[in-house]
Ligand binder design. Structure first.
Ligand code: 6PG
Length: 459
């Protein structure tokens, strides 16, 4: 039996506490915010007791114990600084927030000096997921995981008999998988938003009609949690029967995990154009105030193309598969570090339910991966070929956006990614020649080890 303490009862922490206690575990929890404390006292959650200080928390929760932190990323170190004096060797500290994996490695090493175990655990699914079953991505001291995994398995989302809960190994690995999850999440969200915008401006499809169309896609293997919520939010109206989408401010927020994904991709040399495009679209949304009168009017933007020709399920699958693949490529590349050793099957398991990426498309891709056992470009090609046999459907949709001046950074990036990988082109060759011309960089022959020597290399 292990005793549980929890620090931080914000929307994630409180819902995790409700979930954990509902599974029969007792929790002592500490929260600073007086308004939150009042609300929780009023809710009277069985098995949840509040304490007044960190010292009291460590007193009420005797060893063997796990102290879970559900705090914003920038509050974790401060909290560790404060609680460390009350902690004993063999204690377990678990960070359940969205922390940068490098910080988790640093914290793990810091606590190791005191013989305290550290777990860095990515939790996905937002407050609702936290309450009803999140996806759980853990990394850190193995022995600590062995002692506590029954708690995390009990509260996690289920995919049939299986728990969407995985331990990935050494310090930082859980938060690494979570940050890749978030980077992919950015790309899928942006893709769906672009698709909706094109339907609206390019085809004059109302939000009610869009919802109907997306609901049809939800019956296919392109279905996903994000698609489902997109279909719900698009036609949601206020009490005056006005769409929320027409009222809401369009400057997109972010908590930084997308930037971490891109940093990881850059450091590992992995190409993730659509994840970057999604992040960049969020940043550029800060400049959305500059629409000029030269912009095409709504009337100009209407298009005679028949929306019935649009293969929405294929367009969605194509974009989801390409973006997911880019994220998984980062995970694969990270195995080059000595300290990570991911098995993609585990990643698929952790993302099979409860998380923001969950969906039928992911189950299909995971199923194919189980058969194929290898995730490479051939795999992506076969997958896309099977689900989107006519790429022209994707091209036509993107062309319309480009022609009409409708921004589609993620859709275009995915198509460019696909074309860069799968079509014959002379882009690399031209760049190598340019580099050689001004920098005299040596040129290799494409079919042999011979050196190619154009006339400009003779100085
Ligand atoms: C999840 C989400 C979550 C994310 C927030 C906001 O898996 O539940 O990824 O962890 O942090 O939804 O993220 P942004 O503010 O960056 O959009």
């Amino acid at each position: 039996m292990i005793n549980i303490g929890l620090i931080g009862l914000g929307s994630m922490g409180y819902n995790l506490a409700k979930n954990i206690t509902s599974k029969g575990f007792k929790i002592y929890a500490y929260e600073k915010n007086l308004n939150i404390i009042e609300k929780i006292k009023h809710d009277r959650i069985q098995n949840l007791s509040l304490v007044k200080s960190l010292k009291q928390l460590t007193y009420e929760v005797p060893s063997p114990r796990i102290i879970m932190l559900s705090l914003p990323a920038d509050k974790i170190d401060e909290c560790i600084d404060q609680i460390i004096e009350f902690m004993k060797p063999e204690d377990i500290l678990a960070d359940l927030g969205n922390s940068l994996y490098l910080k988790s490695i640093e914290r793990h090493n810091r606590l190791l000096d005191k013989n305290i175990s550290f777990l860095g655990i990515g939790v996905s699914g937002g407050p609702r997921g936290a309450r009803n079953g999140p996806a759980i991505m853990a990394g850190g001291t193995e022995n600590a995981w062995i002692k506590t995994s029954h708690i995390f398995n009990a509260i996690s989302a289920k995919n049939g008999e299986e728990n969407a809960c995985c331990y990935f190994g050494s310090a930082g690995s859980g938060h690494f998988v979570k940050l890749i999850h978030n980077g992919i999440e950015y790309a899928l969200m942006e893709a769906l938003s672009e698709i909706s915008f094109i339907l609206n401006k390019g085809f004059n499809i109302s939000y009610d009609e869009q919802t109907k169309k997306l609901n049809e896609v939800l019956k296919t293997s392109s279905s996903s949690f994000l698609l489902e919520i997109t279909s719900k939010v698009l036609n949601a109206k206020n009490e005056d029967n006005k769409y929320f989408i027409d009222d809401v401010d369009n400057h997109i927020g972010q908590n930084g995990t997308g930037v971490w994904t891109i940093n990881a991709a850059l450091e590992l040399g992995v190409s993730v154009p659509s994840i970057y495009a999604a992040l960049s679209a969020r940043s550029s949304s800060q400049f959305f105030n500059y629409a000029t009168e030269n912009n095409l009017s709504d009337e100009d933007l209407k298009h005679s193309s028949k929306v019935n020709d649009v293969k929405l399920d294929e367009i969605i699958f194509f974009n989801f598969a390409c973006s997911l693949f880019q994220g998984l490529e980062i995970i694969k590349a990270s195995n080059k570090f000595d300290f990570f050793n991911f098995d993609l099957q585990d990643v698929f398991k952790a993302w099979s339910a409860g998380c923001i990426l969950q969906g039928e498309y992911l189950k299909l891709i995971s199923h194919q991966f189980n058969i194929n056992k290898n995730l490479d470009y051939k795999f992506l090609y076969k997958l896309i070929n099977q689900k989107c046999p006519n790429i022209d459907h994707i091209r036509d949709f993107c062309s319309l956006a480009i022609k009409k001046g409708i921004p589609s950074p993620v859709l275009s990036s995915n198509l460019a990614y696909y074309d860069l990988v799968f079509s014959n082109h002379k882009i690399g060759e031209t760049i190598q020649l340019q580099r050689s011309y001004f920098g005299l960089h040596p040129l290799k022959h494409k079919n042999s080890s011979e050196i190619v020597k154009p006339y400009w290399t003779e100085l």
